[in-house]
Design a protein around this ligand. Structure first.
Ligand code: ADP
Length: 247
């Protein structure tokens, strides 16, 4: 009975989310459509019009958001059982470097502080990539005027009481941004599905709730520290792969 209720709640959530995404997506398409019409008009009048370039940037921003929206829908609908494996954390992060740099574009410096002792974690590697990308997109939104995104790994998770008791069992992966940060009120709700401070067509409020679900399901922990005007740090405590597991 409980299981069936959980299932129907989940379906309801998916339906609600799909409706939200369809709505946001059609708004985006409408915006792209009118942007392109305006672009055609300006090009016909004066191909050297300096506003042409900024209009193209504007349109590209919309299509990028559209891509992120469909990614979220995919990630949600594909929520299959996780497939944890032994993953060399530093190596996995390095393999994401160019994707992350492309995600941020020019205004943001991507910095690595990878501790050689971080070692291996037991995690679904593809889902970890999706989670990191989600967190990077949030950081990008928070650093619209540029900044620094730092990816840090540590073999000594030091700052989390709850985890301290079994600290040896976790590897810390922290993502720091120098963006606009969050106040306490926002911070209190960030893991809730559909909670967003972004405008229509810009956010679904699902990114962090997904990351939270994934990390908890993987046996890990997630903590966020943030200061308005200074930036945000997301700490992921990932289960260490046991040395004897044959890696
Ligand atoms: P969305 O990004 O679609 O709004 P999320 O669940 O990923 O959904 O994030 C929820 C809210 O948390 C965001 O709307 C934003 O207000 C806040 N947030 C998330 N990450 C950051 C960050 N790195 N810096 C500042 N605010 C953030």
């Amino acid at each position: 009975h409980e299981e069936r209720q959980r299932q129907s709640q989940k379906l309801e959530a998916i339906g609600r989310m799909a409706a939200g995404i369809v709505h946001d997506f059609s708004n985006l398409v409408a915006a792209v459509d009118s942007g392109l019409r305006l672009l055609r008009k300006r090009l016909a009048e004066d191909p050297a019009d300096p506003r042409v370039a900024s209009l193209i940037d504007e349109i590209l921003k919309r299509t990028e958001t559209g891509g992120a929206l469909t990614q979220q829908l995919l990630a949600f609908s594909r929520r299959q059982p996780l497939a944890p494996e032994t993953v060399d954390l530093n190596e996995r992060i390095r393999s994401l470097t160019s994707l992350l740099e492309r995600t941020f574009g020019e205004g943001v410096t991507v910095r690595h502080l990878l501790n050689p002792g971080a070692g291996s974690v037991l995690i679904d590697a593809n889902q970890l990539d999706v989670a990191l990308l989600n967190l990077a997109i949030n950081a990008k939104h928070a650093m619209a005027d540029g900044g620094t995104f730092t990816i840090e790994t540590s073999d000594a998770p030091d700052d989390l009481d709850e985890v301290k008791a079994t600290a040896a069992g976790f590897v810390r992966l922290s993502l720091h941004d120098t963006g606009h940060g969050m106040d306490r009120k926002v911070l209190a709700h960030v893991f809730e599905p559909f909670f967003t401070t972004k405008g229509q067509g810009e956010g679904t409020g699902l990114g962090l709730s997904q990351v939270y679900g994934f990390i908890r399901q993987s046996g890990g922990h997630i903590r966020i520290e943030s200061e308005p005007g200074k930036g945000t740090s997301v700490h992921l405590f990932l289960p260490r792969a046991s040395m004897t597991a044959g890696d």
